[in-house]
Design a protein around this ligand. Structure first.
Ligand SMILES: [Fe+2]
Ligand SMILES: [Fe+2]
Length: 362
């Protein structure tokens, strides 16, 4: 079956949107079931904490993937039904647990699908979804633990024989060992990371996309790969200006660097639109992609080798972490506005010049 590059990328985007939506509902259920309370059993509290961390991780993964769409009907419906059962007073505990496990199983299956699909896709997608494997591993483990819990709690509910405390006691050691093992392998979510590795991660993803565009021998893939590159460069550059450049552009040490960098962003976005105009002519397309690659390479080299060390020197750890949150939020906002539609990258150039002028830039 022939599926276009762009459709394939969108399809993964929708799966991720569904997973994110489901994860938000899981968090709401955790709260309704009081899993975060001090009185909750350690295993369940650990799970709920991991759910929380996974939500933030999913946000990071989707930000890095670069396609942000709304969850689909079926995912929203299933999540709503489960949430209704879990929060409804008419439901007995074992029904609540059953519905909750259903949602977690659904989450695991869909994550499995994404995990396997990614293996069959392009390198830039694999890079963007690296942290997803950690999230998927946690979902799988949660389902195993919850299935054990359901079995024993179900028997206790029906026969009244097995005390609930016993179950949790036995599961404790295995869960905490596994939790430690998995979590130590999982990267930190964006809001626990400095902004510099977050920006660098985006830069490396763009490197991979350039490589894929220039090295693939299949013109069919160009449109999809370029659309992704354009979306990534647009959202990264605008978010960077809003949240990073704006902080440092009045610092004497960095002023000129920031003015130049902003100008380079504008040039990059203008060129991105020019490339869209020549998509039908492969030779011109590849020529212009080459220009763009040079431009981006020069820009990224300057950022990583000149700007980043100065940003590090002039910022506390706290500010670096706060900036990463602001950056991810700005990128999220831009991705949501763009969706999967045609992007006009240079539309942002006017705002960028105005901001630079009003703040004493060029
Ligand atoms: Fe950058
Ligand atoms: Fe930049």
């Amino acid at each position: 079956m022939q599926i276009s590059e762009q459709d394939m990328r969108e399809a993964i985007g929708f799966e991720l949107a569904d997973i994110l939506h489901r994860q938000k509902t899981i968090l709401a259920c955790n709260e309704a079931l009081n899993l975060m309370d001090d009185g909750a059993h350690t295993e369940l509290r650990t799970m709920a904490e991991e759910d929380d961390k996974n939500l933030r991780m999913l946000e990071t993964v989707i930000g890095s993937y670069g396609i942000r769409v709304e969850p689909r009907y079926a995912a929203v419906q299933i999540a709503d039904v489960v949430n209704d059962i879990v929060t409804n007073e008419a439901s007995i505990p074992i029904e609540k647990l059953g519905a909750y496990i259903l949602l977690k199983q659904n989450q695991m299956m869909c994550s499995h699908l994404v995990h396997k699909s990614v293996q069959a896709t392009d390198p830039d997608i694999k890079v963007a979804l690296i942290a997803f494997d950690g999230v998927y591993a946690t979902f799988t483990r949660h389902v195993t633990e919850l299935t054990k819990l359901m079995e024993t709690a179900g028997v206790e509910w029906i026969t009244g024989k097995e005390p609930v405390t016993g179950i949790f006691g036995r599961a404790r050691d295995a869960v905490s060992t596994l939790a430690g093992m998995v979590m130590s392998k999982v990267a930190k979510p964006a809001d626990e990371m400095s902004v510099l590795p977050i920006l660098t991660m985006d830069h490396r993803k763009v490197d991979v996309l350039f490589k894929e565009i220039t090295e693939n021998n299949d013109p069919q893939k160009d449109a999809g790969l370029f659309h992704q590159l354009k979306a990534d460069l647009t959202s990264h550059s605008i978010a960077e200006e809003e949240t990073v450049y704006s902080r440092f552009q009045n610092l004497p040490d960095m002023k000129q660097l920031m003015i130049d960098a902003r100008q380079e962003h504008e040039d990059i976005r203008t060129l991105l639109d020019e490339i869209t105009d020549v998509m039908d002519d492969r030779e011109s397309f590849l020529d212009k992609i080459d220009d763009l690659q040079q431009l981006v390479k020069h820009h990224v080299d300057e950022e990583e080798n000149q700007a980043f060390p100065l940003i590090k020197k002039n910022s506390s750890e706290e500010v670096l972490m706060q900036m990463s949150q602001e950056f991810m939020e700005a990128k999220k906002r831009i991705q949501e506005n763009v969706g999967v539609d045609e992007i006009i990258a240079s539309a942002a150039n006017e705002d960028s010049s105005e901001i630079a002028a009003s703040q004493g830039g060029a």
